[in-house]
Design a binder for this molecule. Structure first.
Ligand code: C2E
Ligand code: MG
Ligand code: MG
Length: 945
């Protein structure tokens, strides 16, 4: 009880409230009932007592009256005897003596004691009222005078007619008159009072005053109780019979007597109330205990659930609502626990998938979860090898094993295909001929039944999850459901692994060729650099750019280009060793990483082989293509120590190889780096050149070889740099092309020249044809024709005086579009010259189709004319061919008379070169024009040639 009070009762507000409510609800009605009953009983008792008293009083009055009548009768009989003359003494009967104390016969002032001892006093006088009464023959009651009042007297006239003659007067014996006090009711006292509250008799002496007060109170109409006494009064009417005043009979009973019984009642009530309260308290404690203990356990249970402790159920073994609640709570806790455990396991697996994606760790988690649910089981997971459909690994685990047993398995594809049908899993037999090995292994670890759930990835089976148990009943639906979820997670892990592998592959390989990309190359390069540092070996980077790839792309389309790139990649890969890496950086750029070299010559040798395989014709889209490559080589440690540095140097060297005429490999040299830096500075300067007005156009005259006449000029751009001086266009034009500046420089030259020509024409100079050089990039840009048209229109120049020089390089590109552009230029009316002829790859077939007016023999041939026979033959052949194609021939770079003569003798039409004039300013050309005009008529003119 103590423990209960401490443990449950006081602590619980509900308990306290219920307890006090119980008490209150028991106490209030009990107390009210007690109070009401007490009041009622009190009233009833009072009333009853009052009635008893009244009865006692009236009974006493009747008895008194009867005794007075008795006395009346005896006295009358005595008087009758006296009338008959019987001697009084004789007639003194026992009755008389018993009723009366003394008797007097009073006649004519003579009083004779007839009976009893004299009192020492006279009988009371007979007043008028008594006399008249006596005269009627009635008895008169006389009260003795004085106080206290003695016993009353009775008088009767001997002869009512002659009252004065004799009256028999007798004092009543008190013992007779007042009767025996035993006759009075128990615990009741009787007092008799005469008129004016004169006490005649009282059964208890001390009550006289009380009775007098009661009588006078009653007379004044006050209640019947006084001084703690209950009382009742009755009147005794004496006037009629006895001619006296009425008496009052007061019956008294002590009030404490009634109260005593009431007090007892009150005590009983109190006892009963207290007993009720005690009972209620006990019952309520018992009831509270019956309610609160399970409630507390339920609360503890929910708190345990909140703390995620689902193991300990709530112990309430009852059939009432609490029992039901506890059972549902336990059931709920069990389910929530299982679900939470499942979710935790799945989330752990998800974390593993997202973080490390270690499939073995995931298998461990899956097994741990299932073993937590079913410790007596054997859990097996088999995973198929992603490279081979019939190989797999089984992981077998029991609760007692520290680690899963890992076994490599040979799988039967047919059985696997069979498994696919049971997507949701099935019970498989553990013995017999067709038992899969995986299941047999579970049986080997003690399983008598085996539930197998296949694991899928993209609708293909990638493994299976097996639950081996001794009794099939151990595996319920909830467990199978969880096992399926876990199996699916393993499938997800598989998918994630595959996707990651694919992403890694994609991130590191080029889609088109499947070769490593830049990222993987730099990764490998880093590794190989580290290894080279350790081993002291060298490594080389071959930066390779296909030559003329763009024309293949333009002619055969991107599909053709892609095909060629794939073939090139294959050839490259076939060339190198297993340990080397061939990567594609993008476009037609490849890099070969050669490792473990002892000297750079090994790289040179391989570069040579690469060039050889790439110069073999490519069969693409039904056409035979000749491309080739330019390779730049950088070597570690000679050319740099970092991957970036080595790549940059190889790139620079590759550009040098391109510039040196393509189809070759060039080793990086430090000077190239210097060139590179200079290029960068120059590019910046070029940006500002137009704005700063640093460009000028010079003109180199072109003369008729037959007579030295000035036929025109070639416009040659000059860059007058404030620091570098006059920078050759051979240097800055390629730079401007690379930097994308040719788009603004080219049109500027065109406008300059056209404006100058227009000015000359306006001034009346017969300037002839002026050629403007057009760079390859400018030619390929779509708006060359528009640029020319605009230059002509804006200056109002007649088109036929303008000639455009394009180099052979542009012909390498898409011939059809070259022909188209040239055709449109011709339509405008400008002529076109093929510059530096003989240095490029122009084929005769193309030449025939191209709408070209002039061939300009490259100065390298002219330079060698004097001493190289092949040059002479070449020039002669070019002249013959040009003429055959109806094209005019201009020899460039004529520096000597010998050269001029030879060319003239072979029929070359025109020439330009230092021999005639260096490129000069426009003003200087004006002078020359005048001079030539003069010279044209001068027969000596040819003498100079
Ligand atoms: P190019 O069109 O073959 O021009 C002829 C080059 O040979 C000029 O060099 C000229 O000064 C030089 N030359 C002329 N006669 C002789 C000679 O007797 N001996 C020697 N050794 N050289 C001679 P330049 O002016 O330095 O121009 C070089 C190249 O720059 C030009 O070769 C041309 O391809 C290009 N170029 C010049 N101006 C322009 C231009 O406005 N636009 C474009 N796109 N290229 C230009
Ligand atoms: Mg030129
Ligand atoms: Mg030239």
């Amino acid at each position: 009880m103590n423990k209960l009070v401490e443990g449950t009762f006081l602590r619980s507000a509900v308990a306290r409230r219920v307890f006090f409510l119980f008490l209150l609800s028991a106490f209030v009605p009990a107390a009210m009932l007690a109070a009401l009953s007490y009041g009622h009983v009190r009233a009833v008792v009072g009333d009853y007592t009052q009635r008893q008293l009244a009865q006692a009083g009236s009974a006493h009055a009747r008895a008194l009256y009867d005794r007075l009548l008795g006395a009346h009768f005896i006295l009358n009989a005595n008087v009758a005897q006296i009338r008959r003359g019987t001697n009084v003494e004789d007639t003194t009967s026992i009755a008389l003596t018993r009723v009366f104390r003394r008797t007097y016969l009073v006649a004519h002032d003579q009083t004779v004691l007839r009976f009893g001892a004299p009192l020492g006093e006279d009988p009371p006088p007979i007043d008028a009222r008594a006399a008249s009464h006596l005269a009627k023959g009635e008895l008169a009651l006389l009260m003795p005078p004085g106080r206290p009042v003695g016993p009353p007297w009775l008088a009767v006239a001997i002869d009512p007619a002659q009252v004065a003659d004799g009256v028999l007067i007798a004092q009543l014996e008190p013992a007779y008159l007042w009767g025996d006090s035993d006759e009075i009711s128990y615990q009741t006292d009787i007092c008799v009072l005469a008129e004016g509250a004169v006490l005649l008799y009282c059964s208890s002496d001390e009550l006289g005053a009380t009775a007098s007060r009661v009588a006078s109170h009653r007379a004044n109409g006050h209640p019947a109780s006084a001084d703690g006494w209950l009382s009742a009064t009755s009147g005794l009417f004496l006037k009629a019979k006895f001619g006296a005043d009425d008496w009052t009979i007061v019956a008294l009973r002590p009030g404490s007597l009634a109260i005593a019984s009431l007090t007892q009642l009150a005590q009983t009530y109190l006892g009963v109330t207290l007993l009720t309260l005690l009972l209620v308290a006990l019952l309520s404690v018992v009831q509270i205990r019956r309610t609160l203990v399970p409630l507390e356990r339920l609360i503890e249970g929910t708190q345990r659930i909140a703390r995620e402790n689902f193991e300990q159920p709530v112990a309430v073994e009852r059939d009432d609502e609490f029992g039901q609640l506890a059972r549902s709570l336990n059931g709920m806790a069990r389910r929530v626990g299982q679900q939470l455990g499942a979710l935790r396991a799945l989330s752990e697996i998800d974390q593993e998938i997202l973080s490390h994606l270690d499939i073995e760790q995931i298998v461990v988690l899956v097994q741990a979860r299932l073993l937590a649910l079913l410790p007596q089981a054997v859990i097996g997971v088999v995973l198929l090898d992603d490279r081979s459909a019939d190989l797999g690994t089984a992981y077998l685990q029991r609760a007692t094993d520290a680690q899963p047993t890992k076994v490599a398995l040979q799988l039967d594809p047919q059985k696997l295909a069979h498994c696919v049908r049971y997507r949701d899993g099935a019970w498989l037999p553990v013995d017999g001929p067709d038992v899969p090995r995986f299941v047999a292994m579970l049986a080997g670890l003690g399983a008598a039944h085996c539930f197998v759930i296949p694991i899928f990835w993209r609708d293909e089976i990638c493994g299976a999850l097996g639950i081996g148990v001794v009794d099939q009943q151990e595996v319920n639906n909830g467990l199978i459901e969880q096992a399926r979820d876990l199996g699916k997670r393993v499938g997800v892990a598989f998918a994630a692994l595959a996707r990651e592998a694919e992403l890694v592959l994609r991130a590191h390989h080029d889609d088109l060729t499947g070769l490593p990309n830049r990222a993987l190359l730099s990764e490998r390069l880093q590794q190989e650099l580290a290894r080279a540092r350790r081993t002291g070996k060298q490594l080389a980077l071959l930066f390779l750019d296909l030559d003329r790839f763009k024309s293949v792309n333009d002619t055969l389309g991107h599909d053709g280009g892609d095909q060629l790139l794939r073939v090139a990649a294959e050839r490259l890969s076939a060339c190198v060793r297993e340990c080397d890496t061939v990567a594609r950086l993008g476009g037609d750029e490849f890099v070969v990483l050669l490792t473990g070299l002892d000297n750079p010559q090994q790289a040179a040798k391989l570069a040579g082989q690469v060039l050889a395989v790439l110069s073999e014709p490519f069969q693409v889209a039904g056409s035979k293509c000749f491309i080739g490559a330019s390779i730049g080589v950088s070597v570690f440690p000679a050319d740099g120590s970092s991957a970036e540095e080595l790549l940059k140097q190889a790139d620079i060297a590759m550009y040098r190889a391109k510039a040196a005429g393509r189809g070759r490999f060039v080793f990086f040299e430090e000077s190239m780096n210097v060139d590179q830096r200079e290029r960068a500075v120059m590019e910046q300067e070029l940006h500002l050149a137009i704005m700063r007005n640093q460009f000028a156009v010079h003109y180199q005259p072109r003369v008729d070889l037959r007579d030295g006449r000035l036929l025109g000029a070639e416009a040659l751009l000059r860059w007058n740099h404030p620091v570098l001086g006059s920078v050759s266009p051979a240097i800055f034009i390629p730079l401007a092309e690379d930097a994308g500046l040719i788009e603004s420089i080219g049109p500027w030259v065109l406008r300059q020249v056209c404006a100058q020509l227009a000015a000359w024409q306006a001034a009346g100079y017969a300037v002839g044809t002026v050629a403007v050089n057009v760079s390859g990039r400018q030619f390929r840009s779509d708006d060359l024709v528009a640029q020319v048209t605009h230059a002509l229109e804006s200056t109002g120049l007649a088109p036929h005086v303008l000639e455009l020089e394009v180099t052979e390089g542009v012909l390498i590109d898409d011939v059809e579009s070259v022909i188209d552009v040239l055709g449109r230029l011709k339509q405008i009316g400008v002529s076109v010259a093929l510059d530096d002829f003989g240095t490029g790859y122009s084929s005769m077939a193309y030449l025939r189709r191209l709408p070209i007016d002039v061939l300009k023999i490259d100065q390298s041939f002219v330079r060698d004319l004097a001493h190289a026979e092949d040059a002479r033959n070449m020039v002669q052949a070019i002249i013959a061919m040009a003429h055959a194609l109806h094209k005019s021939v201009v020899a460039e770079g004529v520096e000597t008379l010998v050269q001029a003569n030879l060319l003239r003798s072979w029929g070359c039409n025109q020439a330009q070169g230092f021999y005639f004039s260096r490129p000069v300013t426009a003003a200087a050309l004006e002078a020359l024009m005048e001079k030539t005009l003069v010279l044209s008529d001068d027969t000596n003119a040819m003498a100079r040639i």
